[in-house]
Design a protein around this ligand. Sequence first.
Ligand code: S5P
Length: 472
Amino acid sequence: MDKTKLLTDLYNFNCFKFGDFKLKSGIQSPFYINLRNLINQPEYLKNVCKFISPELDNISNNFEYYIAGLPYAGLPYANTLSLEKNIPQLIIRKEQKKHGLGNIIDGVKEEHLIKDCIVNIVLIEDIMVTGGSILDGINKLKQSSINFNILKIISIVDREQGGCEKLKNLGYNVVSIFKITDIFDILESNKNLMLNKEIFTKSRNFVLEQQNQHVLLNRNIVKLEDRKQLANNSIFNKIIDIMLIKKSNLCVALDFDNTSKILETIEKIGQYVVIFKLHIDIIEDFSNEFIDKLLSLKKQYNFLIFEDSKFSDIGNIFRQQFQGGIYKIKKWADLITIHLISGSNMLEVFSYNMKETQGVLLVSQMSSEDNLIDKKYTQKNIEIAEKYKKQVCGFISQEKLYNNSFLYFRPGIGIENKKDCYNQVYSNPHEAIQQGIDIIIVGRSITQSSNIVEETIRYRSIGWNSYLLKVN
Ligand code: S5P
């Protein structure tokens, strides 16, 4: 089958449209690709699969693998190829089943569900834009108990807007069958279609613009030492200084309920850790002596203390919580967290009450699976952070949200990528750093391990090496 003929047929089935279209990301695009129109044209769907087929044929026979279409648009292609080539198929559900077996992945053979068995998967996506749907799919796989390996990601059309590059940078083997600019070339040179030149110029310019933006975003990776020039407050620089001295981007969450366990752990791993995070109100034997000892260890091991109260009340209550009560947080915490649900009033109060060396992290995204934070809320956090940049030095988030003058802290970190029994979702430290995170917050993955020191060194080295890989 000839490529020109196929693409012309697809054009005639309205798979490529030109005009003004809003994409999932919110941006306006002068063209739109809708391969879904092919599901009522089985012959043409099969024809598209003929172009995908060689990408499966060149996978070594040594691998038994599954094929999985990203829902929903990738499914018909995976289905067709599975039947034609006798490759087992699995389905990554959009949502976890609420009944029956509660599966998020369907179709894995019983014998592949045993521990240590690796399930190889080829993913099929119809249109690649930012790579977001693929990463969503991969996250679903991570949430399951399957020990999986992505052999290849095949996108049928690459809109050339950075998705393939992003996934390649994350280490995936990505191929695309048709590139959008090749499609433009073929359609434009087809005299029978009599298409207006202008729509192609506009569409090509759009693709170029998007590519430039992607390059800019990627280029926006700045070394920590250079970011110090962008500081809006002293705590930002202090964090970076300690990171550089210790060659570490590790914050350890010491969620213990007794003070001796906290102090003991700091003695063991203090030299590798930039920040220790506490939940002071879960401690059962709190005392002022504990704070004295903590502060003396801070001097000895050069770390910062982060009290993660996630304040969320009106300004007046926050003022009392921050400086009063039995904990007197203001006296000893370098960093605190705030949820902006009640507006910016707490930041206003903080600005009058803070010490020069203290800073706030805004909880702008969360790691729990069913949290209620949406994009609009996160965006509002960024706007408020910009307004209170003397007080806010960073965000608790799942990705880099904004510019380099803030630091991005990600909790829910675990090499094994599992979930806990309360819907805490874990991600790999390397992936987090590659997605623009500066500091990984690691709790039970370290504190509940059989060898806390070894595990701390392991997380510190994965985190720091990933940072070096990103900036060099
Ligand atoms: O979204 C969040 C924000 C935070 S600060 N999800 C979180 O888990 N945290 C905190 O990170 C949480 O309060 C806990 O102290 C730590 C994660 O602990 P782990 O044991 O699950 O790693």
